[in-house]
Write a protein that binds this ligand. Structure first.
Ligand code: DQQ
Length: 605
Protein backbone atom coordinates (compact mmCIF):
# COMPACT_ATOMS: atom_id res chain seq x y z
CA UNK A 1 0.00 0.00 0.00
CA UNK A 2 1.34 3.42 -0.88
CA UNK A 3 1.73 5.94 1.91
CA UNK A 4 -0.89 8.15 0.31
CA UNK A 5 -3.45 5.36 0.58
CA UNK A 6 -2.49 4.65 4.15
CA UNK A 7 -2.78 8.31 5.02
CA UNK A 8 -6.23 8.37 3.50
CA UNK A 9 -7.09 5.59 5.90
CA UNK A 10 -5.72 7.61 8.77
CA UNK A 11 -7.45 10.83 7.94
CA UNK A 12 -10.68 9.68 6.36
CA UNK A 13 -11.46 6.24 7.73
CA UNK A 14 -10.17 6.75 11.25
CA UNK A 15 -12.49 9.61 12.18
CA UNK A 16 -15.46 7.46 11.16
CA UNK A 17 -14.37 4.26 12.81
CA UNK A 18 -12.69 5.70 15.80
CA UNK A 19 -15.03 5.46 18.69
CA UNK A 20 -12.30 4.86 21.22
CA UNK A 21 -11.60 1.22 22.10
CA UNK A 22 -14.04 -0.45 19.72
CA UNK A 23 -13.14 1.58 16.68
CA UNK A 24 -9.46 1.06 17.23
CA UNK A 25 -9.79 -2.70 17.25
CA UNK A 26 -11.57 -2.54 13.94
CA UNK A 27 -8.59 -0.68 12.49
CA UNK A 28 -5.81 -2.66 13.95
CA UNK A 29 -4.65 -4.48 10.85
CA UNK A 30 -5.33 -1.77 8.31
CA UNK A 31 -3.88 1.55 9.33
CA UNK A 32 -0.51 3.06 9.82
CA UNK A 33 0.21 4.86 13.05
CA UNK A 34 -2.91 6.87 13.67
CA UNK A 35 -1.79 10.15 15.05
CA UNK A 36 -3.41 12.73 17.27
CA UNK A 37 -6.87 13.62 15.99
CA UNK A 38 -9.77 15.54 17.46
CA UNK A 39 -10.95 12.35 19.11
CA UNK A 40 -7.45 11.20 20.05
CA UNK A 41 -5.66 14.43 21.03
CA UNK A 42 -3.15 12.63 23.25
CA UNK A 43 -1.98 10.10 20.69
CA UNK A 44 1.68 10.80 19.90
CA UNK A 45 3.19 11.31 16.45
CA UNK A 46 6.80 10.28 16.81
CA UNK A 47 7.01 8.27 20.03
CA UNK A 48 6.73 4.50 19.84
CA UNK A 49 3.43 3.11 21.01
CA UNK A 50 1.44 0.05 20.04
CA UNK A 51 -1.31 0.42 17.49
CA UNK A 52 -3.90 -0.21 20.14
CA UNK A 53 -4.30 -1.50 23.64
CA UNK A 54 -1.69 -1.72 26.22
CA UNK A 55 1.98 -1.77 26.67
CA UNK A 56 0.73 -3.21 29.85
CA UNK A 57 -0.40 -1.71 33.08
CA UNK A 58 -2.61 -2.90 35.87
CA UNK A 59 -6.09 -1.55 36.25
CA UNK A 60 -5.40 0.81 39.13
CA UNK A 61 -3.85 4.21 38.93
CA UNK A 62 -1.76 5.40 41.89
CA UNK A 63 -2.73 9.02 41.94
CA UNK A 64 -6.35 8.13 42.51
CA UNK A 65 -5.44 6.13 45.62
CA UNK A 66 -4.16 7.04 49.03
CA UNK A 67 -0.56 5.97 49.62
CA UNK A 68 -1.76 3.13 51.88
CA UNK A 69 -4.26 1.85 49.36
CA UNK A 70 -1.68 2.15 46.61
CA UNK A 71 0.85 0.25 48.63
CA UNK A 72 -1.66 -2.43 49.68
CA UNK A 73 -2.66 -2.81 46.07
CA UNK A 74 0.98 -3.38 45.17
CA UNK A 75 1.36 -5.98 47.89
CA UNK A 76 -1.90 -7.74 47.09
CA UNK A 77 -1.58 -7.70 43.35
CA UNK A 78 2.12 -8.34 43.23
CA UNK A 79 2.99 -5.09 41.54
CA UNK A 80 1.93 -2.08 39.62
CA UNK A 81 3.40 -2.48 36.20
CA UNK A 82 3.64 -0.99 32.80
CA UNK A 83 4.98 -1.31 29.33
CA UNK A 84 8.53 -2.34 29.80
CA UNK A 85 10.84 -2.33 26.78
CA UNK A 86 12.16 -5.87 26.44
CA UNK A 87 15.17 -7.37 24.67
CA UNK A 88 16.19 -4.40 22.50
CA UNK A 89 18.98 -5.34 20.09
CA UNK A 90 20.60 -4.71 16.75
CA UNK A 91 20.88 -7.77 14.53
CA UNK A 92 22.02 -7.94 10.90
CA UNK A 93 21.00 -4.39 10.00
CA UNK A 94 17.72 -4.36 11.90
CA UNK A 95 16.82 -2.93 15.30
CA UNK A 96 14.38 -4.97 17.38
CA UNK A 97 12.17 -3.73 20.16
CA UNK A 98 10.03 -6.13 22.15
CA UNK A 99 7.69 -4.86 24.82
CA UNK A 100 5.29 -6.00 27.50
CA UNK A 101 1.88 -5.99 25.92
CA UNK A 102 -1.67 -7.00 26.68
CA UNK A 103 -3.11 -7.61 23.22
CA UNK A 104 -6.63 -7.92 24.55
CA UNK A 105 -7.28 -4.73 26.49
CA UNK A 106 -6.02 -1.35 27.55
CA UNK A 107 -5.42 -2.65 31.06
CA UNK A 108 -2.93 -5.02 32.62
CA UNK A 109 -3.91 -8.66 32.23
CA UNK A 110 -3.06 -12.21 33.17
CA UNK A 111 -1.86 -13.11 29.69
CA UNK A 112 0.95 -10.68 29.01
CA UNK A 113 2.92 -11.30 25.83
CA UNK A 114 6.02 -9.90 24.13
CA UNK A 115 4.99 -7.48 21.39
CA UNK A 116 7.62 -7.13 18.65
CA UNK A 117 8.50 -4.31 16.26
CA UNK A 118 11.49 -3.75 13.99
CA UNK A 119 13.17 -0.69 12.54
CA UNK A 120 16.09 0.37 10.39
CA UNK A 121 16.57 3.65 12.22
CA UNK A 122 14.96 3.36 15.68
CA UNK A 123 12.37 6.03 14.78
CA UNK A 124 10.16 4.46 12.07
CA UNK A 125 8.80 1.07 13.10
CA UNK A 126 7.10 -1.98 11.64
CA UNK A 127 4.84 -3.92 13.99
CA UNK A 128 5.15 -7.69 13.70
CA UNK A 129 3.19 -10.51 15.31
CA UNK A 130 3.81 -11.13 18.99
CA UNK A 131 7.17 -12.80 19.47
CA UNK A 132 6.58 -14.69 22.72
CA UNK A 133 3.22 -15.77 24.12
CA UNK A 134 2.24 -18.07 26.99
CA UNK A 135 2.30 -21.68 25.82
CA UNK A 136 3.88 -24.08 28.30
CA UNK A 137 3.67 -24.84 32.01
CA UNK A 138 6.70 -22.58 32.53
CA UNK A 139 4.98 -19.43 31.16
CA UNK A 140 1.29 -20.26 30.90
CA UNK A 141 0.28 -17.31 33.09
CA UNK A 142 2.28 -14.61 31.24
CA UNK A 143 5.57 -13.80 29.63
CA UNK A 144 7.15 -10.98 31.60
CA UNK A 145 10.23 -8.91 31.05
CA UNK A 146 13.65 -10.03 29.92
CA UNK A 147 16.62 -9.26 27.71
CA UNK A 148 18.44 -10.30 24.56
CA UNK A 149 22.07 -11.30 24.21
CA UNK A 150 23.83 -11.94 20.91
CA UNK A 151 26.43 -14.69 21.12
CA UNK A 152 29.40 -13.29 19.19
CA UNK A 153 30.97 -15.42 16.51
CA UNK A 154 27.88 -17.56 16.14
CA UNK A 155 25.80 -14.37 15.75
CA UNK A 156 23.09 -16.14 17.68
CA UNK A 157 20.47 -14.04 19.49
CA UNK A 158 19.20 -15.50 22.77
CA UNK A 159 16.28 -14.18 24.80
CA UNK A 160 15.89 -14.84 28.50
CA UNK A 161 12.49 -13.85 29.85
CA UNK A 162 10.41 -14.37 32.96
CA UNK A 163 7.58 -16.87 32.76
CA UNK A 164 4.74 -16.91 35.23
CA UNK A 165 4.36 -20.67 35.52
CA UNK A 166 1.35 -22.90 36.19
CA UNK A 167 1.87 -22.39 39.98
CA UNK A 168 2.22 -18.63 39.48
CA UNK A 169 5.89 -18.88 40.38
CA UNK A 170 8.37 -16.73 38.49
CA UNK A 171 10.93 -18.66 36.47
CA UNK A 172 13.36 -17.74 33.69
CA UNK A 173 13.02 -19.19 30.20
CA UNK A 174 15.10 -19.25 27.05
CA UNK A 175 13.86 -18.55 23.51
CA UNK A 176 15.82 -18.46 20.25
CA UNK A 177 14.88 -17.42 16.69
CA UNK A 178 13.51 -20.21 14.49
CA UNK A 179 15.18 -18.89 11.34
CA UNK A 180 18.35 -16.82 11.51
CA UNK A 181 18.12 -15.88 7.87
CA UNK A 182 14.88 -14.00 8.54
CA UNK A 183 16.38 -10.66 9.58
CA UNK A 184 13.09 -9.66 11.21
CA UNK A 185 13.40 -12.74 13.47
CA UNK A 186 9.63 -13.14 13.36
CA UNK A 187 9.39 -16.54 15.06
CA UNK A 188 10.86 -17.55 18.38
CA UNK A 189 11.22 -21.09 19.67
CA UNK A 190 11.19 -21.87 23.36
CA UNK A 191 13.89 -24.21 24.64
CA UNK A 192 12.87 -27.74 25.57
CA UNK A 193 14.67 -27.45 28.92
CA UNK A 194 12.60 -24.48 30.11
CA UNK A 195 12.52 -23.23 32.77
CA UNK A 196 16.27 -22.68 32.82
CA UNK A 197 16.23 -20.88 36.21
CA UNK A 198 13.85 -21.32 39.15
CA UNK A 199 13.66 -19.21 42.32
CA UNK A 200 16.71 -20.07 44.46
CA UNK A 201 16.59 -20.26 48.24
CA UNK A 202 16.44 -16.85 49.88
CA UNK A 203 14.19 -15.49 47.13
CA UNK A 204 10.40 -15.26 47.09
CA UNK A 205 8.86 -17.41 44.38
CA UNK A 206 6.70 -14.54 43.15
CA UNK A 207 9.53 -12.03 43.20
CA UNK A 208 12.21 -13.46 40.93
CA UNK A 209 12.16 -11.80 37.53
CA UNK A 210 13.58 -9.75 34.64
CA UNK A 211 16.89 -11.37 33.58
CA UNK A 212 19.46 -8.86 32.29
CA UNK A 213 21.49 -9.03 29.11
CA UNK A 214 24.30 -11.54 29.68
CA UNK A 215 27.98 -10.68 29.79
CA UNK A 216 30.94 -13.02 29.41
CA UNK A 217 33.44 -13.31 32.24
CA UNK A 218 37.18 -13.80 31.83
CA UNK A 219 36.60 -17.53 32.42
CA UNK A 220 34.40 -17.69 29.32
CA UNK A 221 31.19 -18.25 31.27
CA UNK A 222 28.07 -16.17 30.71
CA UNK A 223 26.57 -14.21 33.58
CA UNK A 224 23.17 -12.60 34.06
CA UNK A 225 21.49 -10.89 36.99
CA UNK A 226 17.86 -11.46 37.89
CA UNK A 227 15.81 -9.07 40.04
CA UNK A 228 14.46 -10.47 43.31
CA UNK A 229 13.19 -9.84 46.80
CA UNK A 230 13.20 -11.46 50.22
CA UNK A 231 11.04 -9.55 52.66
CA UNK A 232 12.12 -5.94 52.49
CA UNK A 233 15.47 -6.72 50.94
CA UNK A 234 15.83 -6.13 47.21
CA UNK A 235 18.40 -8.19 45.34
CA UNK A 236 20.03 -8.80 41.98
CA UNK A 237 20.94 -12.48 41.85
CA UNK A 238 23.86 -13.60 39.70
CA UNK A 239 23.64 -16.77 37.58
CA UNK A 240 26.41 -18.32 35.48
CA UNK A 241 26.36 -20.67 32.52
CA UNK A 242 28.57 -22.07 29.80
CA UNK A 243 25.78 -22.79 27.34
CA UNK A 244 22.88 -20.47 28.26
CA UNK A 245 20.80 -23.51 29.18
CA UNK A 246 22.34 -24.84 32.40
CA UNK A 247 22.64 -22.04 34.95
CA UNK A 248 24.11 -22.07 38.45
CA UNK A 249 23.11 -19.51 41.02
CA UNK A 250 25.64 -17.56 43.05
CA UNK A 251 24.63 -17.79 46.73
CA UNK A 252 25.75 -14.19 47.38
CA UNK A 253 23.72 -11.39 45.85
CA UNK A 254 25.44 -9.40 43.13
CA UNK A 255 23.77 -6.36 44.68
CA UNK A 256 21.37 -5.97 47.61
CA UNK A 257 19.52 -3.06 49.20
CA UNK A 258 17.71 -3.03 52.54
CA UNK A 259 14.16 -1.74 53.01
CA UNK A 260 13.56 -1.30 49.32
CA UNK A 261 11.48 -4.27 48.25
CA UNK A 262 11.90 -5.92 44.90
CA UNK A 263 14.54 -4.91 42.35
CA UNK A 264 12.89 -5.00 38.92
CA UNK A 265 14.55 -5.00 35.51
CA UNK A 266 18.24 -4.85 36.55
CA UNK A 267 20.52 -3.57 33.79
CA UNK A 268 24.30 -3.85 34.07
CA UNK A 269 26.80 -2.40 31.60
CA UNK A 270 30.23 -0.75 31.24
CA UNK A 271 30.85 2.89 30.21
CA UNK A 272 34.04 4.62 29.10
CA UNK A 273 35.71 6.79 31.74
CA UNK A 274 37.29 9.32 29.37
CA UNK A 275 34.14 11.24 28.48
CA UNK A 276 33.81 9.42 25.14
CA UNK A 277 30.24 9.23 23.90
CA UNK A 278 30.95 5.78 22.43
CA UNK A 279 29.24 2.79 23.93
CA UNK A 280 30.88 -0.38 25.20
CA UNK A 281 29.84 -3.99 24.64
CA UNK A 282 28.31 -5.46 27.78
CA UNK A 283 31.12 -8.02 28.22
CA UNK A 284 34.00 -5.52 28.17
CA UNK A 285 36.08 -5.36 31.36
CA UNK A 286 39.27 -3.30 31.26
CA UNK A 287 40.85 -0.36 33.04
CA UNK A 288 39.23 2.20 30.72
CA UNK A 289 35.69 1.39 31.83
CA UNK A 290 33.50 1.77 34.89
CA UNK A 291 30.23 -0.07 35.44
CA UNK A 292 26.63 1.01 35.81
CA UNK A 293 23.93 -0.96 37.59
CA UNK A 294 20.38 0.24 37.06
CA UNK A 295 17.58 -0.96 39.31
CA UNK A 296 13.86 -0.23 38.88
CA UNK A 297 12.47 -0.06 42.41
CA UNK A 298 8.82 -1.02 42.28
CA UNK A 299 7.99 0.81 45.50
CA UNK A 300 9.37 4.06 44.12
CA UNK A 301 8.38 3.52 40.50
CA UNK A 302 11.68 5.08 39.45
CA UNK A 303 14.83 3.89 37.71
CA UNK A 304 17.92 4.48 39.84
CA UNK A 305 21.44 4.01 38.57
CA UNK A 306 24.65 3.39 40.46
CA UNK A 307 28.15 4.02 39.20
CA UNK A 308 30.63 1.64 40.68
CA UNK A 309 33.12 -1.15 40.48
CA UNK A 310 32.46 -4.57 39.04
CA UNK A 311 34.44 -6.76 41.43
CA UNK A 312 34.60 -9.72 39.07
CA UNK A 313 36.83 -11.71 41.43
CA UNK A 314 34.10 -11.60 44.09
CA UNK A 315 31.26 -11.66 41.56
CA UNK A 316 29.57 -8.56 42.87
CA UNK A 317 29.04 -4.88 42.21
CA UNK A 318 30.26 -2.23 44.63
CA UNK A 319 28.41 1.07 44.11
CA UNK A 320 30.34 4.29 44.79
CA UNK A 321 27.33 5.53 46.73
CA UNK A 322 24.67 3.25 48.14
CA UNK A 323 20.94 3.76 47.70
CA UNK A 324 19.59 6.23 50.26
CA UNK A 325 15.93 6.47 49.28
CA UNK A 326 16.30 10.28 49.22
CA UNK A 327 16.32 12.83 46.42
CA UNK A 328 20.11 12.60 46.27
CA UNK A 329 19.98 9.19 44.56
CA UNK A 330 20.84 9.31 40.86
CA UNK A 331 17.98 8.61 38.47
CA UNK A 332 17.87 8.33 34.69
CA UNK A 333 14.90 10.64 34.69
CA UNK A 334 13.22 12.66 37.44
CA UNK A 335 9.79 12.38 35.85
CA UNK A 336 8.05 9.35 34.38
CA UNK A 337 10.49 6.73 33.12
CA UNK A 338 10.52 3.13 34.37
CA UNK A 339 11.60 -0.45 33.66
CA UNK A 340 14.21 0.84 31.22
CA UNK A 341 16.69 -1.27 29.33
CA UNK A 342 19.83 -0.48 27.35
CA UNK A 343 21.69 -2.29 24.59
CA UNK A 344 24.97 -1.89 22.76
CA UNK A 345 24.45 -0.85 19.14
CA UNK A 346 27.29 -2.52 17.21
CA UNK A 347 26.35 -0.61 14.07
CA UNK A 348 27.06 2.82 15.49
CA UNK A 349 29.18 1.94 18.49
CA UNK A 350 26.87 3.48 21.05
CA UNK A 351 24.75 2.41 24.01
CA UNK A 352 21.05 3.06 23.63
CA UNK A 353 18.54 3.37 26.42
CA UNK A 354 14.79 2.83 26.20
CA UNK A 355 12.36 3.61 29.01
CA UNK A 356 8.68 3.09 29.47
CA UNK A 357 6.65 6.25 30.06
CA UNK A 358 3.27 5.59 31.61
CA UNK A 359 0.04 7.55 31.60
CA UNK A 360 -0.98 10.18 34.16
CA UNK A 361 -4.68 9.92 33.50
CA UNK A 362 -7.14 7.38 34.92
CA UNK A 363 -7.76 3.78 33.96
CA UNK A 364 -11.14 4.76 32.60
CA UNK A 365 -9.43 7.38 30.41
CA UNK A 366 -7.09 4.69 29.12
CA UNK A 367 -9.95 2.36 28.30
CA UNK A 368 -11.70 5.24 26.54
CA UNK A 369 -8.55 6.08 24.59
CA UNK A 370 -8.11 2.41 23.78
CA UNK A 371 -4.38 2.52 24.47
CA UNK A 372 -1.90 3.30 27.20
CA UNK A 373 1.85 3.48 27.57
CA UNK A 374 4.62 5.04 25.47
CA UNK A 375 8.29 4.40 24.97
CA UNK A 376 10.68 7.31 25.36
CA UNK A 377 12.60 8.45 22.32
CA UNK A 378 15.62 6.13 22.46
CA UNK A 379 18.53 7.89 24.15
CA UNK A 380 22.25 7.52 23.65
CA UNK A 381 23.88 7.14 27.05
CA UNK A 382 27.47 7.62 28.22
CA UNK A 383 29.45 8.68 31.29
CA UNK A 384 29.95 12.43 31.74
CA UNK A 385 33.59 13.53 31.71
CA UNK A 386 33.22 14.45 35.40
CA UNK A 387 32.68 10.71 36.01
CA UNK A 388 29.89 11.60 38.41
CA UNK A 389 26.79 11.05 36.32
CA UNK A 390 25.52 9.68 33.03
CA UNK A 391 24.58 11.82 30.06
CA UNK A 392 21.54 10.99 27.92
CA UNK A 393 20.72 12.51 24.55
CA UNK A 394 17.96 11.74 22.03
CA UNK A 395 19.34 9.61 19.19
CA UNK A 396 20.54 11.65 16.23
CA UNK A 397 18.06 9.72 14.04
CA UNK A 398 15.15 11.66 15.53
CA UNK A 399 16.49 14.75 13.77
CA UNK A 400 15.34 13.33 10.41
CA UNK A 401 11.82 14.29 11.54
CA UNK A 402 12.71 17.95 11.96
CA UNK A 403 10.69 20.15 9.62
CA UNK A 404 10.03 23.88 9.75
CA UNK A 405 12.75 25.67 11.71
CA UNK A 406 12.71 28.85 13.81
CA UNK A 407 15.86 30.43 15.24
CA UNK A 408 16.16 33.13 17.89
CA UNK A 409 19.45 34.62 19.07
CA UNK A 410 20.56 37.33 21.47
CA UNK A 411 17.14 37.97 23.02
CA UNK A 412 17.29 39.40 26.55
CA UNK A 413 14.64 38.07 28.92
CA UNK A 414 13.98 40.62 31.66
CA UNK A 415 11.89 39.82 34.73
CA UNK A 416 8.36 38.78 33.71
CA UNK A 417 9.21 38.12 30.02
CA UNK A 418 7.15 35.77 27.90
CA UNK A 419 8.47 35.33 24.39
CA UNK A 420 6.38 33.21 22.07
CA UNK A 421 8.21 30.86 19.70
CA UNK A 422 5.76 31.12 16.84
CA UNK A 423 5.78 29.59 13.37
CA UNK A 424 6.22 25.96 14.35
CA UNK A 425 3.79 23.23 15.39
CA UNK A 426 4.09 23.66 19.13
CA UNK A 427 2.22 20.42 19.88
CA UNK A 428 4.79 18.38 17.91
CA UNK A 429 8.17 20.00 18.24
CA UNK A 430 11.84 19.72 19.11
CA UNK A 431 13.24 22.81 20.85
CA UNK A 432 16.78 23.51 22.00
CA UNK A 433 17.65 26.64 23.92
CA UNK A 434 20.90 27.89 25.40
CA UNK A 435 20.54 30.46 28.18
CA UNK A 436 23.38 32.79 29.12
CA UNK A 437 23.37 33.36 32.86
CA UNK A 438 23.99 36.60 34.79
CA UNK A 439 26.72 36.86 37.48
CA UNK A 440 26.23 33.77 39.63
CA UNK A 441 27.28 35.56 42.84
CA UNK A 442 23.93 37.30 42.76
CA UNK A 443 22.04 34.00 43.12
CA UNK A 444 19.87 33.30 46.13
CA UNK A 445 21.46 31.14 48.86
CA UNK A 446 20.23 27.57 49.33
CA UNK A 447 21.60 24.73 51.38
CA UNK A 448 20.31 21.79 49.35
CA UNK A 449 20.68 19.33 52.25
CA UNK A 450 17.30 17.95 53.18
CA UNK A 451 15.48 20.06 50.58
CA UNK A 452 12.65 18.34 48.70
CA UNK A 453 13.25 19.44 45.07
CA UNK A 454 9.69 18.67 43.99
CA UNK A 455 8.28 20.91 46.69
CA UNK A 456 10.80 23.64 45.92
CA UNK A 457 9.83 23.47 42.23
CA UNK A 458 6.15 24.04 43.08
CA UNK A 459 6.99 26.94 45.39
CA UNK A 460 9.38 28.56 42.92
CA UNK A 461 6.90 28.51 40.10
CA UNK A 462 3.92 29.49 42.23
CA UNK A 463 5.73 32.61 43.48
CA UNK A 464 6.59 33.81 39.95
CA UNK A 465 9.69 35.39 41.48
CA UNK A 466 13.29 34.60 42.26
CA UNK A 467 16.71 35.99 41.48
CA UNK A 468 18.35 33.81 38.80
CA UNK A 469 15.24 31.98 37.64
CA UNK A 470 12.79 30.53 37.37
CA UNK A 471 13.40 30.72 33.60
CA UNK A 472 12.69 28.18 30.89
CA UNK A 473 9.95 26.99 28.55
CA UNK A 474 6.17 26.98 28.72
CA UNK A 475 5.25 23.95 26.61
CA UNK A 476 1.81 22.89 25.38
CA UNK A 477 0.47 26.28 26.45
CA UNK A 478 -2.95 27.69 25.58
CA UNK A 479 -3.04 31.19 24.10
CA UNK A 480 -4.19 32.72 27.39
CA UNK A 481 -1.59 30.59 29.27
CA UNK A 482 -4.34 29.11 31.45
CA UNK A 483 -2.84 25.80 30.42
CA UNK A 484 0.89 25.18 30.20
CA UNK A 485 3.65 22.93 31.46
CA UNK A 486 6.60 24.93 32.79
CA UNK A 487 10.02 23.33 32.32
CA UNK A 488 12.54 25.56 34.03
CA UNK A 489 15.69 26.21 36.02
CA UNK A 490 16.55 28.26 39.12
CA UNK A 491 20.19 28.79 40.09
CA UNK A 492 21.30 28.97 43.75
CA UNK A 493 24.45 29.69 45.67
CA UNK A 494 25.12 26.67 47.90
CA UNK A 495 27.91 26.17 50.43
CA UNK A 496 31.14 26.06 48.32
CA UNK A 497 29.35 25.65 45.00
CA UNK A 498 26.49 26.61 42.73
CA UNK A 499 23.53 24.35 42.21
CA UNK A 500 20.68 24.30 39.74
CA UNK A 501 17.09 23.25 40.35
CA UNK A 502 15.48 21.76 37.24
CA UNK A 503 11.70 21.35 37.28
CA UNK A 504 8.74 20.28 35.23
CA UNK A 505 5.58 21.73 36.75
CA UNK A 506 2.41 20.06 35.51
CA UNK A 507 0.05 21.82 37.91
CA UNK A 508 -1.38 24.00 35.12
CA UNK A 509 -0.95 21.48 32.31
CA UNK A 510 -4.69 20.96 31.87
CA UNK A 511 -7.98 22.48 32.94
CA UNK A 512 -8.94 18.93 33.90
CA UNK A 513 -8.72 18.12 37.59
CA UNK A 514 -8.78 14.31 37.39
CA UNK A 515 -5.12 13.94 36.45
CA UNK A 516 -1.85 13.24 38.21
CA UNK A 517 -0.17 16.65 38.07
CA UNK A 518 2.80 15.94 40.31
CA UNK A 519 5.57 18.49 39.87
CA UNK A 520 8.92 16.86 39.15
CA UNK A 521 12.31 18.27 40.04
CA UNK A 522 15.89 17.68 41.01
CA UNK A 523 18.93 19.66 42.19
CA UNK A 524 22.36 19.20 40.62
CA UNK A 525 25.77 20.88 40.75
CA UNK A 526 26.45 23.54 38.17
CA UNK A 527 29.82 24.11 36.54
CA UNK A 528 30.32 27.86 37.31
CA UNK A 529 32.85 28.24 34.51
CA UNK A 530 30.30 27.59 31.80
CA UNK A 531 28.02 30.57 32.57
CA UNK A 532 25.40 28.95 30.33
CA UNK A 533 22.76 26.28 30.67
CA UNK A 534 20.94 24.37 27.95
CA UNK A 535 17.47 22.88 27.74
CA UNK A 536 16.07 20.63 25.04
CA UNK A 537 12.45 19.45 25.02
CA UNK A 538 10.82 16.92 22.72
CA UNK A 539 7.12 17.77 22.71
CA UNK A 540 4.63 15.28 21.26
CA UNK A 541 0.98 16.01 22.15
CA UNK A 542 0.89 14.34 25.58
CA UNK A 543 4.56 13.83 26.37
CA UNK A 544 7.36 16.30 27.09
CA UNK A 545 10.85 14.81 27.37
CA UNK A 546 13.30 17.41 28.65
CA UNK A 547 17.09 17.24 28.72
CA UNK A 548 18.77 19.82 30.93
CA UNK A 549 22.44 20.81 31.06
CA UNK A 550 23.24 18.97 27.81
CA UNK A 551 21.52 15.79 28.95
CA UNK A 552 23.01 15.43 32.43
CA UNK A 553 19.52 15.76 33.93
CA UNK A 554 16.30 14.53 32.33
CA UNK A 555 12.63 14.97 33.21
CA UNK A 556 9.77 13.38 31.28
CA UNK A 557 6.14 14.27 31.87
CA UNK A 558 2.75 13.22 30.52
CA UNK A 559 0.13 15.93 30.17
CA UNK A 560 -3.39 16.06 28.75
CA UNK A 561 -4.32 19.66 27.89
CA UNK A 562 -7.91 20.47 27.08
CA UNK A 563 -7.21 23.79 25.31
CA UNK A 564 -3.58 23.55 24.18
CA UNK A 565 -4.29 20.84 21.64
CA UNK A 566 -2.80 20.46 18.18
CA UNK A 567 -2.82 23.87 16.38
CA UNK A 568 -4.04 25.62 19.55
CA UNK A 569 -0.85 24.75 21.39
CA UNK A 570 1.79 27.44 21.91
CA UNK A 571 5.41 27.48 23.02
CA UNK A 572 7.00 30.33 25.03
CA UNK A 573 10.28 31.15 26.71
CA UNK A 574 9.93 32.93 30.05
CA UNK A 575 11.88 34.46 32.90
CA UNK A 576 10.41 35.25 36.32
CA UNK A 577 13.78 35.93 38.00
CA UNK A 578 14.74 39.50 38.89
CA UNK A 579 18.03 39.02 37.00
CA UNK A 580 17.80 39.00 33.20
CA UNK A 581 18.88 35.92 31.28
CA UNK A 582 19.85 35.98 27.63
CA UNK A 583 18.69 33.53 24.97
CA UNK A 584 22.09 32.89 23.52
CA UNK A 585 20.45 30.72 20.83
CA UNK A 586 17.17 28.93 20.40
CA UNK A 587 16.38 26.46 17.63
CA UNK A 588 12.91 24.99 17.32
CA UNK A 589 11.52 22.65 14.73
CA UNK A 590 8.09 21.32 13.85
CA UNK A 591 8.41 17.54 13.95
CA UNK A 592 7.04 15.27 11.24
CA UNK A 593 5.18 12.09 12.00
CA UNK A 594 7.18 8.87 12.28
CA UNK A 595 6.08 5.92 10.14
CA UNK A 596 4.86 3.28 12.53
CA UNK A 597 2.62 0.58 11.14
CA UNK A 598 2.02 -3.04 10.34
CA UNK A 599 4.18 -4.99 7.96
CA UNK A 600 2.89 -4.85 4.41
CA UNK A 601 0.63 -1.91 5.11
CA UNK A 602 3.12 0.88 4.90
CA UNK A 603 5.50 1.95 2.24
CA UNK A 604 8.68 2.02 4.26
CA UNK A 605 11.48 4.24 3.07
N1 DQQ B 1 6.83 -5.42 34.47
C1 DQQ B 1 6.91 -6.79 34.08
C2 DQQ B 1 7.79 -7.44 35.10
C3 DQQ B 1 8.60 -6.31 35.59
C4 DQQ B 1 7.63 -5.18 35.63
C5 DQQ B 1 5.55 -7.39 33.98
C6 DQQ B 1 8.27 -3.83 35.61
O1 DQQ B 1 8.57 -8.47 34.54
O2 DQQ B 1 9.14 -6.59 36.85
O3 DQQ B 1 4.77 -6.72 33.05
O4 DQQ B 1 7.38 -2.86 35.18
Amino acid sequence: MEIITAELLVFVVVPFLLNCGNGIEALSTHSINYRATTKQPYRTSYHFQPQENWMNVDSSNPFLLSFDMFFRMIIEHGCLRFADPNGPMYYKGVYHLFYQHNPEAATFGDRIVWGHSVSYDLINWIHLNNAIEPSGPYDINSCWSGSATIIPGKEQPMILYTGIDYKKHQVQNLAVPRNLSDTFLREWVKHSKNPVMTPPSGVEVDNFRDPSTAWKGKDGKWRVVVGAQKGDEGKAILHQSEDFVNWTVDPNPFYASQNTGVCECPDFFPVYMNGSTNGVDTSVQNPSVRHVLKISYLRKQHDYYFLGKYASDQENFIPDVRFTGTSSDLRYDYGKFYASKSFFDYAKNRRILWGWVNESDSTQDDMDKGWAGLQSIPRQVWLDKSGKRLVQWPLEEVEQLRGKHIRITGENLVHGSHLEVSGITASQADVEVLFELPELEKAEFLDPNGVDPQLLCSQEYESRSGIIGPFGLLALASKDLKEHTAVFFTIYRAPNRYVCLMCSDQSRSSLRHDLDKTTYGTIFDLDPNLKKISLRSLIDHSIIESFGDEGRVCITSRVYPSLAIDKDAHLCVFNYGSQSVLISKLNAWSMKQAEIGYEGNISYT
